[in-house]
Design a protein around this ligand. Structure first.
Ligand SMILES: [Fe+2]
Ligand SMILES: [Fe+2]
Ligand SMILES: [Fe+2]
Ligand SMILES: [Fe+2]
Length: 334
């Protein structure tokens, strides 16, 4: 997990309030279409544990999204000055390592935290949670970020935030329509949006104000989490026989990652040389191993949330293997 500023954390907590409330509701009354697909905690988790699970999911989603971009940078093919295609074998191995680690963060770590927290509910509950998230981003978050960036003279960021705010409004509207279809049985689930993949070449930050940088960091964590959650919701929709809803969630997930997260990553200067990306990844993994997950495990143990405590401890052990693998890859590139 990458370090958050206090401000980032506060914004994250606001955005996740609705999710936590939904999670509590799910624990108290398991919906029929959920009972078969997710494990249900024996009793509601403590508020602190739920908030730590939410923070874990955010960090895991961000690691997944970042490593996906680092993978492309590592094994990206380049052209020599003589016009010959250069395939870097060492780079390909690092690319494969980033890609497989990204999958672990998403399909194991995030998925397990979501199962413990009861993040996935009925299709209708998942849509309501998504509508709340998109409304907040559309009406509050991105508009505020755009205004601040414009005041601080970061006009590219202001334009990007404004553009993304409009997209989030469209996502909200599509989810509202889908919810109406689900609750009334009339109409059709909207077609999924098509993502226009934004390439993220290695580069320095393209914004100057500290406030814009902090807002980009908050936004990227939000986009990465939205991507991951929508993929979970899509899987649930498919399992419950609603393929059209699954496609809507998947298509929207693609926009959050390949357009929004990627566009913000370009301005934030997230992707650098592969050596620097490996160092960034090692720092993040080590922070999770030494501080983040042990802290979460200790708190969960203290309040008797033993399944969550076990999850935090096991995840910390996994992150130690990630740090070691990235360190080994870095040593081999030297
Ligand atoms: Fe992880
Ligand atoms: Fe969205
Ligand atoms: Fe988004
Ligand atoms: Fe990791």
């Amino acid at each position: 997990m990458f370090r958050h500023s206090m401000r980032t954390l506060l914004v994250s907590l606001c955005a996740l309030t609705a999710a936590s409330q939904a999670a509590t509701a799910v624990v108290l009354a398991v919906p029929a279409d959920q009972a078969r697909t997710t494990s249900t905690p024996a009793r509601a988790l403590r508020t602190q544990t739920l908030s730590d699970l939410a923070a874990a999911m955010k960090g895991e989603a961000y690691a997944n999204a970042s490593y996906s971009l680092f993978a492309v940078q590592a094994d990206g093919r380049t052209w020599s000055s003589g016009g010959k295609l250069v395939i870097n074998k060492a780079g390909q191995a690092v690319g494969a390592l980033f890609r497989s680690t990204a999958q672990t963060e998403l399909n194991e770590h995030l998925r397990e935290a979501a199962a413990l927290a009861g993040t996935v509910g009925t299709n209708a509950a998942n849509l309501r949670q998504s509508i709340n998230g998109e409304s907040y981003e559309h009406q509050v978050m991105y508009r505020g970020f755009a205004e601040q960036a414009r005041k601080d003279g970061d006009l590219k960021a202001a334009d990007l935030f404004t553009e993304i705010a409009a997209d989030e409004g469209r996502h909200r509207n599509a989810y509202r329509t889908a919810l109406t279809v689900l609750t009334t049985g009339r109409g059709a689930i909207p077609a999924p949006p098509m993502a226009k993949t934004v390439p993220v070449p290695a580069g320095l930050p393209k914004v100057k104000a500290a406030r814009t940088k902090a807002n980009l960091d908050t936004a990227m964590h939000g986009e990465a989490l939205a991507n991951a959650k929508y993929l979970l919701y899509a899987a649930h929709a498919r399992q419950t026989g609603n393929a059209a809803l699954a496609r809507l969630f998947e298509g929207t997930a693609g926009v959050e990652l390949h357009e929004h997260f990627a566009g913000e990553a370009v301005l934030a200067g997230l992707v650098r040389t592969t050596k620097t990306n490996l160092r960034t990844a090692i720092t993040g993994e080590r922070g999770e191993v030494s501080t983040v997950y042990p802290g979460f495990a200790k708190r969960a143990t203290a309040v008797g949330d033993s399944a969550a405590a076990r999850y935090f401890r096991n995840t910390a052990a996994d992150e130690a293997t990630h740090a070691a693998a990235f360190q080994q890859a870095l040593n081999q590139l030297r």
